[in-house]
Write a protein that binds this ligand. Structure first.
Ligand SMILES: Cc1ncc(COP(=O)(O)O)c(C=O)c1O
Length: 450
């Protein structure tokens, strides 16, 4: 089986490994020593590696590039902004404009900026603790909220049955070495879409629970959707027990609808975290939500800030990106292309007789090779992830780039054309046929059961 690196990419990757551990600055970018790419540039819906090989990009930097790579209107605004300085340790007019825009588009009352999704959810959790005077939080297995100790539990990277524990009594499963064991005490993992477990847990432990931190659509588990009524009931329970509902919209925000998952699913949370699509690939993120909760972050009693928050680059990028999303049919266009792709993939997989479901919103859909739609992370890992990886790697070899790991949805951008969709479907069909003829037996991973 041929590897992804051409000769120049290989040489650069070997050079990278000399001074960058594993040759990557984020471990999620490591696909092994022969398949980790070095990308030279991106434009619109495409990226090119160091050998000049072009890929139609469905990773989009793990989701942020909603308009397309190097989108001229955004690049121009950033260029103009940096000519006037970058950070001043004061509020700038651009930050005021951005806060107003985010509030208008999402319906949040107030907003604080951060640089990354990690910071946004980390601060949101602390705000919820300070607001409620409680210390623990509930998360859902497979959900990912960033790189700090409290969040790195039972993520999609902790997919080992022994780590997750029994389904009815899940254990907090650290997703990294180096996390102090005591942090376990503050994290309560539950299966997504299981109302009974959620209700039971809140009934018993609400006095200790500050927040539920959750992805409304499981953007780190192939875009598994919430069951009808699940989030509505969660809303009721949060109100009943005084628990802060933190909707992590880092992947869904400004992508599934102009107003994110709140608009798409018709649900209002207390705090929301945004990153990724807000800045079309520039580092900018935000915490939004109810004013009385956010005002907990009072100077002198609460720590919330950072040298680079509100920097001119991120702010200009976000103002430009959101202005385009508000004024052009960005999401409608992406949805139309996404729907074509989902239908085409559905048709191909049916024709070749591979059990599958294609799920989630068209702007970030997931493909799961299973006869039944999974409703939580354990359901997902029972699917044929080995076959999907084989197909997705073949797509990559042929110039279409979803993540090889199908936990990651297919992300679409505004620059993706109907011709790109047609090309993708042709390559998808060729790849599936090639892989199917090679692929022997079932490679399903075991489901961690009760
Ligand atoms: C839902 C969700 N929350 C938080 C994060 C962390 O964001 P960042 O990588 O910007 O720190 C991610 C990153 O993929 C995410 O998908």
């Amino acid at each position: 089986m041929s590897h992804m690196q051409g000769p120049k990419t290989k040489a650069l990757y070997e050079q990278a490994k000399q001074h960058i551990p594993y040759g990557v600055n984020s471990n999620f970018r490591y696909w092994g020593d022969d398949d980790t790419l070095v990308i030279a540039r991106g434009e619109g819906a495409y990226i090119w590696d160091a050998d000049g090989k072009r890929y139609i990009d469905y990773r989009l930097g793990f989701g942020p590039v909603i308009l397309g790579h190097s989108y001229p209107a955004v690049v121009e605004r950033v260029r103009a902004a940096v000519g006037n300085g970058t950070v001043f340790a004061w509020t700038t007019p651009g930050e005021i404009e951005l806060a107003e825009r985010i509030c208008r588009m999402t319906g949040v009352e107030m907003v604080r900026l951060t640089n990354t999704g990690t910071e946004a959810t980390m601060h949101a959790l602390r705000i919820a603790r300070a607001y409620t005077g409680r210390e623990k939080y509930i998360k859902f297995e497979g959900g990912y909220h960033g790189m700090y100790d409290y969040a790195l539990y039972s993520t999609a990277s902790s997919n080992h049955s022994k780590l997750l524990g029994p389904r009815r009594h899940p254990r907090p499963a650290p997703a990294s070495a180096g996390i102090p064991r005591r942090i376990d005490d503050y994290v309560i993992p539950l299966p997504f879409n299981d109302l009974e477990r959620l209700e039971e847990t809140l009934e018993m432990h609400w006095r200790d629970i500050a927040a539920i931190l959750f992805e409304p659509i499981m953007g780190n588990v192939a875009s598994i959707m919430p069951n009808p009524g699940f989030l509505q009931k969660m809303r009721e329970l949060c109100d009943k027990y005084g628990v802060v509902m933190i909707m992590d919209e880092v992947k869904t925000g400004f992508r599934v609808a102009n107003g994110g998952a709140q608009e798409y699913l018709g649900i209002k949370a207390d705090l929301l975290t945004y990153a990724k699509a807000i800045g079309n690939g520039f580092p900018v993120a935000a915490i939004g939500g109810k004013a009385d909760i956010l005002m907990t972050a009072a100077p002198g009693v609460f720590a919330l800030g950072g040298t680079y928050v509100g920097n001119a680059v991120g702010v200009a990028a976000a103002n430009a990106t959101l202005e385009i999303i508000e004024n052009e049919p960005v999401i409608a266009t992406i949805n139309q292309r996404g729907r074509m792709l989902m239908d085409g993939i559905e048709e191909i997989l049916t024709r070749v007789d591979i059990p599958h479901v294609v799920i989630g919103p068209p702007s970030m859909f997931g493909i799961v090779l299973a006869a039944q739609q999974p409703t939580d992370f354990r359901g997902f890992i029972a699917s044929d992830t080995a076959l999907s990886e084989a197909i997705f790697m073949e797509l990559n070899r042929r110039g279409v780039q979803p993540d090889a790991d199908n936990r990651e949805p297919w992300f679409l951008c505004y620059s993706l054309s109907e011709a790109d969709v047609a090309e993708t479907l042709q390559i998808f069909e060729d790849s599936v046929i090639a892989v199917k003829s090679d692929y022997v037996g079932s490679h399903s991973s075991a489901i961690p059961g009760d």
